[in-house]
Design a binder for this molecule. Structure first.
Ligand SMILES: CSC[C@H]1O[C@H](OP(=O)(O)O)[C@H](O)[C@@H]1O
Length: 354
């Protein structure tokens, strides 16, 4: 599958968050955005696993791409003794970094298949680096293809507004975006009136990352509190809610950032379209439904504090799930690089993903 990047894609292409240098990997520390653009240089899988766990790099596709490079680094810096054991340990460490985004496990399985076919350390260094780059480049190409499929599906002839949640742009992918890739193409085709970006508590991926990405690219964006989404759908010309995904199960259920499920309920109530945009590396046909997916829960301090400033009584009990499950019945379209599943259900998912 080859797609020719459009002008906006040329500009947006790029290693916005992930830079591979052969014997090191640079990650933009997304925890410090928008105030500071600081790059972390890593030379081993353990550092990549920690960066994923600490959300230096986040976003399902970006997590998979970074983990793939982490395996390549393990080979590149293997001691030469029991190099196979070192690479197996690296894969285990990376697999334990975060539990929900299936892209992580999909990427590691691809790397493991290459690893098991290698008969020498030299061969492993070369082939694992090549496979990691291929995973990165394929994700970027998938971003472009998804944007094209989405625009064809939406079929708009005049500008309209969208609402999005979390960050699904170049920072979360191979360098262009899933839901934000659609936003970029709409803007390029002069079909975008405004983007309402949920700030997306508690990590504020919307306020800190999406607003940063879109304003940096000259794309209209209006930041809103998560709680304002209903009023926006009631009062503004929002035609579509467009979000990403961390895992899409065989029946079309979508696991995504906490707050996505409530957006889907609101969208259905307000007769606003609800679109999920994700590469096929996010589709998990081996898992029957969203009820079967491990939902990451993170430390309550992320709710109680922001950068050390208390927002709630110290030690207050917190429920901090990072994702929720949106049932397929509330989704109008799942857009992947392989095509669109309209009104998703198990039959539609099997037709496209087998
Ligand atoms: C294209 S990114 C997909 C997905 O990943 C984000 O989660 P996180 O920031 O916790 O890694 C968010 O759920 C996005 O929708």
């Amino acid at each position: 599958m080859t797609t020719t990047p459009k002008p906006s894609q040329e500009r947006a292409i790029g290693t916005v968050a992930i830079r591979w240098h052969g014997s090191s990997l640079e990650l933009l520390d997304q925890r410090l955005l928008p105030g500071e653009e600081h790059w972390i240089t890593l030379e081993g899988a353990a550092g990549v696993a920690q960066s994923i766990r600490d959300m230096v790099v986040r976003g399902a596709p970006a997590i998979g791409i970074s983990a793939a490079y982490g395996v390549a680094l393990a080979a590149r810096h293997a001691g030469g003794g029991d190099w196979k054991a070192e690479i197996k340990q690296a894969i285990r460490e990376l697999a334990a970094s975060r539990p929900t985004a299936v892209n992580l496990f999909w990427a590691l399985q691809r790397m493991e298949r290459i690893f098991h076919a290698c008969h020498s350390l030299d061969e492993a260094v070369k082939r694992l680096a090549s496979e990691a780059r291929a995973i990165h480049e394929e994700d970027l190409a998938a971003n472009f293809a998804m944007a094209d499929h989405a625009l064809e599906f939406i079929g708009a002839e005049a500008p309209f507004s969208v609402l999005t949640h979390c960050n699904t742009g170049a920072l979360a992918t191979g360098g262009y975006g899933t839901a934000l890739g659609v936003v970029r193409r709409l803007h390029e085709e002069k079909l975008l009136a405004d983007v309402y970006a949920d700030e997306t508590r508690p990590w504020l991926q919307g306020g800190r990352l999406t607003a940063w990405e879109l304003s940096r690219d000259g794309i209209p964006v209006t930041l809103n509190a998560d709680g304002a989404a209903a009023a926006i759908m009631a009062r503004k010309d929002v035609r579509w809610v467009i979000v990403g995904a961390d895992r899409i199960t065989a029946n079309g259920d979508v696991v995504n950032k906490i707050g996505t499920y409530s957006l889907a309920v609101l969208a259905r109530h307000h007769k606003v379209g609800f679109m999920v945009v994700a590469p096929s590396s996010t589709v998990d046909m081996a898992t029957a439904s969203g009820a079967d997916v491990a939902i990451e829960e993170r430390d309550g301090i992320e709710i109680r504090e922001i950068r050390g400033i208390g927002l709630a009584p110290e030690g207050i009990n917190v429920f901090n799930p990072v994702f929720d499950v949106t049932p397929a019945s509330l989704i109008d379209a799942i857009v992947t690089e392989k095509g669109v599943v309209h009104n998703p259900n198990i039959t539609g998912m099997q037709a496209l993903f087998g």
